[in-house]
Design a protein around this ligand. Structure first.
Ligand code: ATP
Length: 471
């Protein structure tokens, strides 16, 4: 807890001499630097001209209301303010929180309560930072119970189990983990699984796609910044390392970070310390780091595009997820697993792959790996015939396209066609119409029926008659 106070700059605005003195002494003994002032004006000047991590402000000051300093603190780097109210001043405390105070304490209080209050303030700041990160990156949390290992990932699973067993004993300062694999092989899913099954499961997991961080803002996003550190830094902000303190930080596409940021990440791993942009102080953080790359980092080190020292640090616990095309029969089993999950999502009961679709799953190379497979299933479930799911596009790529998707429509639809002398079967035309509509709707019978102005049962009936050779 005292780590929270170590090296922090704290302003105390309190007119009662003894209270101020006690607080200053307590904070300084805990390693913080304190500025104690007695009036509203002094408090206002200090907030406007000096940098503080926190301010402790008494409500009633001889020359003004301490609550009015909340606005000043907000305008000068959004410094968290803890309001000190007199006994019974609950209404005042409620007002203070409404006006943006980070927390409050009722006097008299034991200064040993102060670190607890600061821990609450920090937790609040972290959680609002995480909320804004999640909003910005549109983080969708995946179902951790949904990870399918299968026989191809059996060895991988037992390695992960060993890591988790060691973690259980270590508790803090967990070694970083590197996960490599082509895009869509499940690196993020594995990172989530590791977090959910590890010692920090009840703490935050912060997922960051480094490739999506704008280069000029990446450092501030990861490590935070002080007020005025750059043109748009109107307020100080904590970074994602700090937001993940006590929990897990997953840096996806780590190779997208610039060399200087790679160096900063290395320092964060080795020394468990970070420094905000524009700050002169280090902050200690305790983060379980998981990194991922879809290009082999060893290769990138050889090419000179990834720092060797960071690679060696990450290489200690490296896991490689094989592409889907190398997982043999697991591709079909994984497809069944994903289908079962999607059925729950879409509340569907009888969805199943058609026999030839199963063959396509086995034959296709899946360059987009599990993500591509998942998308194909989802698309077929929404657009196709759920009871006989088919991946129309993939079938075409494999040269095994459904007959109705091949042609450009029945011959009698071509310009210049006229009814031949030997006659023309309306029954055949109906079937060809149905096939055309099915081709247009990717095999979706409901949509095809809508296009043709008939009901789904009519289509089913006609196709069954055709299969029985009735036409
Ligand atoms: N083994 C698996 N079991 C169940 N679902 C999986 C598995 N692997 C991947 N998925 C699913 O596939 C999709 C892609 O996985 P994920 O995002 O983890 O891949 P990634 O390797 O991190 O991709 P990228 O390199 O693009 O970041 C996710 O929706 C995930 O739920």
């Amino acid at each position: 807890m005292s780590e929270l106070l170590q090296g922090r700059e704290i302003l105390i605005v309190e007119d009662e001499h003894m209270v101020r003195k006690h607080l200053v002494k307590f904070f300084e003994n805990a390693g913080a630097s304190c500025t104690g002032v007695a009036t509203f004006e002094e408090g206002k000047n200090a907030l406007a001209n000096l940098d503080f991590d926190y301010a402790w402000v008494d409500v009633h000051l001889p020359d003004g209301l301490g609550l009015d300093l909340l606005e000043v603190a907000k305008a000068n780097g959004d410094i968290p303010v803890v309001i000190m109210t007199a006994a019974g001043g609950v209404e005042m405390a409620v007002d203070a929180m409404r006006l943006g105070a980070a927390d409050y304490l009722t006097k008299p209080f034991d200064p040993r309560e102060a670190p607890l209050v600061l821990a609450r303030v920090e937790a609040g700041r972290r959680s609002s930072r995480l909320q804004s990160h999640a909003r910005k990156s549109n983080n969708v949390s995946s179902d951790d119970a949904g990870l399918f290992f299968g026989s191809a990932l059996e060895g991988f699973r037992s390695q992960l189990d060993k890591v988790l067993a060691v973690e259980g004993r270590l508790k803090s300062q967990l070694p970083p983990i590197l996960i490599e694999g082509e895009t869509g092989t499940g690196k993020t899913t594995v990172a989530r699984w590791l977090h959910a099954n590890g010692a920090r499961a009840n703490k935050e997991l912060v997922v960051v796609n480094c490739a999506a961080l704008p280069e000029q803002l990446a450092e501030a996003e990861l490590f935070g910044h002080e007020k005025g550190a750059f043109t748009d830094a109107k307020q100080a902000r904590i970074g994602l390392f700090e937001a993940a303190d006590g929990g897990t930080l997953f840096l996806d596409e780590i190779a997208s970070l610039s060399e200087s940021l790679q160096a900063k990440v290395l320092t964060a791993i080795e020394e468990s310390r970070i420094r905000k942009v524009g700050s002169t102080k280090d902050i200690s953080v305790n983060v379980r780091l998981i990194t991922a790359s879809n290009r082999p980092l060893e290769q990138m080190v050889k090419e000179g595009s990834f720092r060797e020292d960071l690679y060696h640090r990450l290489n200690l616990l490296k896991f490689e997820i094989p592409p889907l095309r190398e997982r043999g029969g697991d591709a079909v089993r994984l497809a069944q697993h994903l289908l079962a999950q999607l059925c729950l999502k879409y509340r569907m009961k009888n969805a199943a792959f058609s026999p030839r679709c199963i063959k396509w799953i086995e034959r296709y190379e899946w360059p987009g790996n599990v993500r591509e497979l998942q998308h194909e299933i989802e698309r077929a479930m929404i657009l196709g015939d759920a009871e006989a799911l088919e991946f129309v596009g993939i079938g075409e790529r494999l040269g095994d396209q459904p007959s109705q998707a091949q042609g450009e429509g029945p011959v009698w639809l071509k310009p210049g066609w006229s009814i031949p002398q030997e006659g023309f079967s309306v029954e055949t035309a109906v079937i060809e119409f149905i096939e055309l509509a099915l081709a247009q709707t990717g095999g979706n019978r409901t949509q095809a029926a809508k296009l043709l102005g008939v009901n789904r049962d009519y289509i089913r009936y006609r196709l069954t008659r055709k299969d029985k050779g009735a036409e």
